[in-house]
Design a protein around this ligand. Structure first.
Ligand SMILES: [Zn+2]
Ligand SMILES: [Zn+2]
Length: 261
């Protein structure tokens, strides 16, 4: 499988886009502002969206994308998320006030979008047609954030990629990650620099000292990438990650980067 980073910033600024990854050509992992750089054809080809959680930086482009391409598609876009997240999206976004409810448009029997609940530990096996790799599985992992949240394992016969989503420290996550046989890539967050550690703990995000501590729990050997840095503090946070995380030395995830596994 191929994961293309459409956005990996903790905020907007210039060309920085918020969290969204395109898996092969037909699956989105989160739908932050990175989606806005896709063409109409690329958006219309997306059949599945997996959401880590309800926060705006991870869902902002979903309502606009379905409005732009729903009419070009012959089947509904399937949005996989925790039941809590689905309820939040229904109540606060697709509520006919902020945006129309596209699970009823153009008709509830043949909608442009449908929600599929997924819970921690659950796996979704996807049609391999979009991939050369044989099978594709998305497994929901535990995350610990201010709202119910998930991480994801993306698995092909060649190996796995794990994305932590937004999370503070979480033992359940490491138990799941350490059980993965062929873990090639780990994308994990560090949203704040060390000086904002109180804020990070309240917001349930990692900061470099805590990231270093979390990575000592890793018992397998993937390449590690750090995501979700706040644009105003990228330089400081990157310097602190380098100083604090001795092993495995992570790289910063970059917008436009492609990871294969
Ligand atoms: Zn969040
Ligand atoms: Zn976020």
């Amino acid at each position: 499988m191929k994961l293309r980073v459409l956005g990996c910033s903790g905020g907007i600024a210039g060309k920085a886009r918020t969290t969204s990854f395109l898996l092969d050509h037909d699956i989105l992992i989160d739908a932050g502002t990175g989606v806005e750089d896709l063409s109409v054809q690329e958006m219309a080809a997306i059949d599945h969206v997996f959401l880590t959680h309800s926060h705006l930086d991870h869902v902002a482009s979903l309502p606009l994308m379905i409005d732009s391409v729903g009419g070009l598609r012959d089947k509904p876009l399937r949005v996989h998320a925790l039941p809590w997240t689905i309820e939040a999206l229904r109540q606060h976004i697709f509520n006919w006030v902020i945006w129309p409810d596209f699970t009823e448009i153009p008709h509830y029997e043949r909608p442009w979008m449908m929600f599929e609940p997924i819970n921690v530990g659950q796996e979704v096996v996807l049609d391999p047609a979009g991939s050369q790799t044989g099978f594709r599985v998305v497994r929901a992992l535990a995350a610990s954030h201010t709202v119910p949240a998930l991480g994801f394992e993306l698995r092909s016969p060649k190996g796995s990629l794990v994305f932590s989503g937004d999370t503070g420290p979480n033992e359940d996550f490491w138990r799941q990650v350490n059980g993965i046989k062929q873990l090639r890539h780990l994308i994990i967050e560090s949203a704040f620099p060390n000086r904002d550690q109180d804020l990070a703990m309240t917001a349930k995000h990692l900061f470099p000292i805590q990231l270093a501590n979390e990575l000592t729990k890793l018992q397998v050997e993937p390449r590690v990438y750090v995501t979700h840095l706040k644009p105003s503090d990228v330089t400081t946070t990157a310097r602190e990650i380098k100083a604090w995380v001795a092993y495995p030395q992570p790289s910063l995830l970059e917008q436009g980067q492609v990871l294969e596994f």
